[in-house]
Ligand binder design. Structure first.
Ligand code: CO
Length: 139
């Protein structure tokens, strides 16, 4: 059921500084507009790579779920990986049936399709986001 690697989530104290790093250090040329996801408490900005994306996430304020991560990792760091799945409800039910802890109910993610998160304790220490493949996407 696991599909394409959609993106790597990277927490940062400053999207502007991270974007500059990806541009100046690594030569990234395609960077989206930064936008807010208030219900998640974060600013988000995508850096496009030839085969995937980096999702930069910055807390809106100290109450953001990402704020705790940055308190432990002040310079930022890798936060999650996101794989595409064909059907988010089937994926959630499958994860639960296999004994995994699914964090929250399916909700709309940064790409406008439903997502869930699976607890790192079930995923070899990696916080895993599962995202329904956008309809009409051709990879
Ligand atoms: Co993500």
């Amino acid at each position: 059921m696991i599909g394409r690697l959609n993106h790597i989530g990277v927490a940062t104290p400053s999207i502007e500084k991270s974007v500059a790093m990806y541009r100046d250090m690594l030569g990234a040329t395609k960077v989206g507009e930064k936008f807010q996801m208030p219900e998640q408490g974060v600013w988000v900005c995508f850096v496009d790579l030839p085969n995937s994306q980096i999702e930069l996430i910055e807390p809106i304020d100290d109450t953001s779920p990402i704020a705790g991560f940055l308190a432990k990792n002040p310079a930022g760091g890798q936060h999650h990986v996101c794989f595409e799945v064909p059907d988010i409800i089937a994926a959630r039910d499958d994860m639960k049936a296999k004994g995994a802890t699914v964090l929250g109910e399916p909700r709309i993610g940064a790409h406008g399709t439903p997502i869930i998160f699976v607890h790192p304790k079930n995923m070899g220490g990696v916080l895993v986001e599962l995202m329904e493949t956008p309809k009409g996407a051709h990879h």
